[in-house]
Design a protein around this ligand. Structure first.
Ligand SMILES: *[C@@H]1O[C@H](CO)[C@@H](O)[C@H](O)[C@H]1NC(C)=O
Ligand SMILES: *[C@@H]1O[C@H](CO)[C@@H](O)[C@H](O)[C@H]1NC(C)=O
Length: 606
């Protein structure tokens, strides 16, 4: 017997709404979200305010710290030609844990960056939340002057590493280090190193068990001006050794291990010309068992205004290291093209960390031969680019009226394996929850499990953070911060078939309702099928529970006769798909078109 299945849920878009925080703050620009699950808190940095949210009880009023600039500073800022509200506020751009009781916080300080310490107490029950008096210091090299320029930072062993613009005019970009050791930076006004960068993410990734090999990776986009071509934006991954002390002869107090490579995210077009997604928007780094090899997710959009589109590309550290171990890009002079450097490469290989696996006898970059330092100054760029896994994006959106702006990923254990669930923020105030399943050797199947409107007004999502402990996704925009549950199994309805067809790895039918799946529960009592979404197998005997409003899930057609199969979508967003399936088989085929006539309520099969 053949079975025709009417599938609505494959394209289901249940547009729910997230819960909003009732903030009475008159402020904007909620850019910084810093999760602190040990203290059951999340810190939020906005314009002039630093908040501490209780993760345990999210409806509780947050602890609020007002940290504006003085009236005098504001007046000076306005007199220098800047906008009162848009630029002359104290836009918080950095919140880092400092010690057991304090956070280190920096803001743009009305075009005069400032940093200070916030006492958050030892335990959350203490409800301590105040600025440490008399401890304001300069934020130069830690936070940009202009709130519109993206900066990133990481506080590691008391040293602050930042990708910032360090001047008022916003022309001097640098990867900067401040702290106990001597200040370090990228070569100034050297466009081979950095060229109008926009910093997106920073992450420490170890290279080996030897701590001296530790490298800090910067993700950014920048302008690339090839000879005879108009400047374009390109995505980059750059890195430095944490223990870089700069050169001895030259590059004094400048990074002597800085290297960068291009990140490619593209699809072939119909005409054979690649469409490049070059505008790197956000990066999420998924830790794995092996700390040296996290998985890198990037969200990209198309730069320029020719057409709109965005994509998610995934990179492996193995591919990234291979590019950094490959040829250096070389340019003979301003009127030459970039080529692969084929000359002699000095020892130790440029970009190697001192005191590491390959350089046990050179304790500092100051011990490196002059030729290594000289080589570094002119060859910061790798010749090969980093391609995504499988040489193609994981998710692509073109010909739609929105773009992705942010990404975060959760790993979920389901009955039939582990899944990466992508949460993708858009520029219209929604979050899409997406899984990508392998279909066959070359193809993948993407499922949008749901799209949630997190802000009533369409506004770009700026930052997203997951609280695994609380199973919540926190989302911020210009307008505020909201949260939504990672799983909302009840939206899929009460029937076993609905739950199964939803194919949400978080959810399973427990005999009564669609609820959170947990690996610790007895398998037999839980019905879930993420891979195939096959309710015939999973829900045999349970289908009669489906209420009349939900679609008729499975229609039996007997071969050799004509049958009308009824199928109505229960959601206006749902798309209907018919699949032909032989009994006792998991394989599904598109039904042959010449035998099937689709009408509004169903399909007629001859
Ligand atoms: C909110 O802030 C804006 C600009 O900072 C100001 O113009 C407005 O009067 C404020 N509204 C209230 C209710 O305080
Ligand atoms: C943490 O740092 C702050 C600021 O430097 C300092 O006042 C405080 O005493 C430190 N606390 C601990 C526990 O070290």
């Amino acid at each position: 017997m053949c079975v025709l299945i009417c599938l609505c849920t494959a394209a289901l878009r249940s547009t729910g709404t997230a819960q909003h925080f009732a903030y009475l703050l008159n402020t904007s620009d909620y850019r910084i979200l810093r999760m602190d699950e040990d203290h059951d808190r999340m810190y939020v940095g906005s314009k002039d305010y630093i908040l501490s949210l209780d993760l345990h009880d999210i409806n509780k009023e947050p602890l609020i710290l007002h940290w504006p600039v003085s009236q005098q500073r504001k007046t000076e800022c306005v007199l220098s030609g800047k906008d009162t509200n848009g630029e002359c506020g104290n836009f918080i751009r950095l919140i880092e844990p400092w010690n057991r009781t304090h956070l280190y916080v920096c803001g743009t300080g009305a075009y005069n960056p400032i940093c200070t310490y916030v006492n958050r107490g030892r335990k959350p029950q203490e409800y301590i939340w105040h600025l440490e008096p008399g401890k304001v210091e300069s934020g130069k090299g830690k936070c940009s002057y202009d709130p519109k320029l993206n900066s990133v930072s990481a506080l590691i062993n008391g040293e602050l590493y930042a990708g910032v613009y360090i001047d008022f005019m916003g022309t001097d970009s640098a990867i900067f280090r401040t702290g106990k050791q001597t200040a370090m930076r990228t070569d100034q006004y050297n466009s081979r190193w950095l060229n109008d960068p926009s910093f997106v993410h920073v992450q420490l990734i170890p290279d080996s068990a030897e701590r001296n090999d530790d490298k800090l990776y910067f993700f950014f986009r920048e302008t690339s001006a090839e000879m005879g071509q108009s400047p374009v934006t390109q995505a980059r991954i750059g890195r430095i050794c944490l223990n870089d002390d700069g050169g001895h002869c030259c590059l004094v107090n400048k990074w002597s291990t800085f290297l960068k490579a291009r990140l490619i995210c593209s699809v072939p077009g119909a005409d054979g010309i690649e469409t490049h997604f070059d505008e790197l928007r956000d990066v999420y780094i998924q830790p794995t068992q092996d700390t040296k090899n996290p998985v890198i997710y990037g969200v990209f959009s198309v730069s320029g205004s020719v057409f709109r589109g965005s994509a998610v590309c995934v990179y492996s550290m193995a591919d990234i290291r291979q590019v950094f171990n490959g040829p250096f890009a070389h340019k003979e002079g301003p009127n030459y093209q970039w080529v692969a450097y084929t000359g002699k490469i000095p020892y130790p290989r440029p970009g190697t960390c001192p005191g590491g696996t390959f350089t046990p006898n050179m304790k500092s970059t100051k011990d490196y031969p002059d030729e290594v330092i000289n080589f570094m100054r002119n060859h910061p760029n790798m010749y090969n680019a980093v391609y995504p896994m499988h040489k193609r994006p994981l998710v692509v959106r073109t010909n739609v009226d929105y773009e992705f702006t942010t990404i975060t990923v959760d790993q979920v254990a389901a009955a039939d394996g582990n899944y990466e669930v992508l949460f993708l923020g858009t520029d219209r105030g929604t979050v899409q929850k997406v899984i990508v399943l392998p279909k066959d050797d070359l193809q993948t199947e993407e499922l949008v499990l749901e799209e949630v409107e997190v802000f009533k007004v369409p506004t770009p999502i700026i930052t997203m953070k997951i609280s695994s402990k609380r199973q919540q996704l926190y989302v911020s925009s210009e307008l505020g911060v909201t949260h939504l549950a990672l799983h909302r199994c009840d939206v899929y309805g009460e029937a076993c078939a609905d739950c199964c067809l939803a194919r949400d790895p978080y959810c399973a039918w427990d005999g009564k309702s669609c609820s959170r799946y947990s690996t610790s529960q007895k398998r037999r009592s839980r019905r879930q099928d993420v891979k195939y979404g096959n309710p015939i197998r999973q829900c045999r005997g349970f289908n009669s529970n489906a209420n009349k409003n939900t679609l008729e899930m499975v229609q039996y057609g007997v071969e050799g006769s004509s049958t009308f199969l009824e199928c109505q979508a229960r959601s206006p967003h749902a798309a209907i798909k018919w699949h032909l399936q032989r009994d006792n088989s998991d394989r599904r085929k598109e039904p042959p078109g010449r035998h099937t006539k689709h009408v509004e309520e169903g399909a007629l099969v001859r």
